[in-house]
Design a protein around this ligand. Sequence first.
Ligand SMILES: NC(=O)c1ccc[n+]([C@@H]2O[C@H](COP(=O)([O-])OP(=O)(O)OC[C@H]3O[C@@H](n4cnc5c(N)ncnc54)[C@H](OP(=O)(O)O)[C@@H]3O)[C@@H](O)[C@H]2O)c1
Length: 330
Amino acid sequence: MHEARPERYAHPAFQARCGRSGLHLPRVALGLWHNFGSVDDYGNARAIALRAFDLGVTHFDLANNYGPVPGSAEENFGRMLREDLGAYRDEIIVSTKAGYTMWPGPHGDFGSRKYLLSSLDQSLKRMGLPYVDVFYSHRRDPNTPMEETLGAVAHAVRSGRALYAGVSNYGPEDTRRACAILRELGTPCVLHQPKYSLFERTPESGLLDVVEKEGLGCAVFSPLAQGMLTDRYLRGIPADARAGKAHGYLRPEQVDDARLGKVRALAVIAEERGQPLASMAVAWVLRDRRVTSAIIGASKVAQLEQCVAAASSAPFTSEELRRIDAILAT
Ligand SMILES: NC(=O)c1ccc[n+]([C@@H]2O[C@H](COP(=O)([O-])OP(=O)(O)OC[C@H]3O[C@@H](n4cnc5c(N)ncnc54)[C@H](OP(=O)(O)O)[C@@H]3O)[C@@H](O)[C@H]2O)c1
């Protein structure tokens, strides 16, 4: 069993209230989408997760399909809970989701009650848990009534399989409706999980306003644009980087000159601020008070540490924010 650092809660401001709920989330959460599957080195994955917990990162974000192979990130995380972190289960927030392709046939994808509830049972089995802390509808299913999809999430909460309900990748209007449905069912939505970064600012056009109005927490994913908003690709594509791996979701053609030009210009501002670009990019999403936390990924302990350091970095001056906007507008 892991002996956690006693100082892990030394910075109380690192834990933030999730919207109007009683749940508290660390300002930086660890996501297990990449680098925690059966294709990855278990010892390295374990080292990242344990270092995260030692730094106060109490939230681990999963989904049924994380791997590869799909499901293996939950299996590996279940092993970490069993062998290392089990004594700390009541300090840890485990989130999982269902909504993207998991198994063949019409009930292994999207938003039916059949899919969501059987998927959650599978997730619990893989992790060896009686419940998760947050269960998300991973995406809006345009062909299934929202009442069915969110009714399944509400049932997960009422039946004790999950403590809190969440939605991910829902647009502003669907989020408003989801909140109304879940409120009506007595299992309020506490958390939204949208994609948000210097390169992906869609949530600024309505979603963050809805999040605030509905009193939701907001845990944003891919704040580093999968590694683009770091120094990772400034000298080509390393073989051990996401864009260099066959199973990586970031493809080499996405690492293009236009984006790299912006990354280089942003890196100048980060250097002037005295921090790595990765830290600045995470700090930038956290500058918006409607953002509760940034869910980062990491393939190395040192990367995780830079991301966590972002939560205590200097606030941005208005001049820095103006220069950043100007770079992104080019
Ligand atoms: N709800 C959804 O639909 C959804 C979708 C996607 C993700 N998510 C969640 O969000 C989590 C994070 O997503 P993400 O992995 O795309 O996040 P990200 O933080 O944007 O990217 C993570 C990658 O950035 C690189 N990196 C991190 N810190 C670095 C540093 N200090 N210096 C240099 N490179 C650094 C690493 O790339 P290398 O691996 O190349 O080293 C790492 O794997 C996922 O694990 C998942 O939990 C949710």
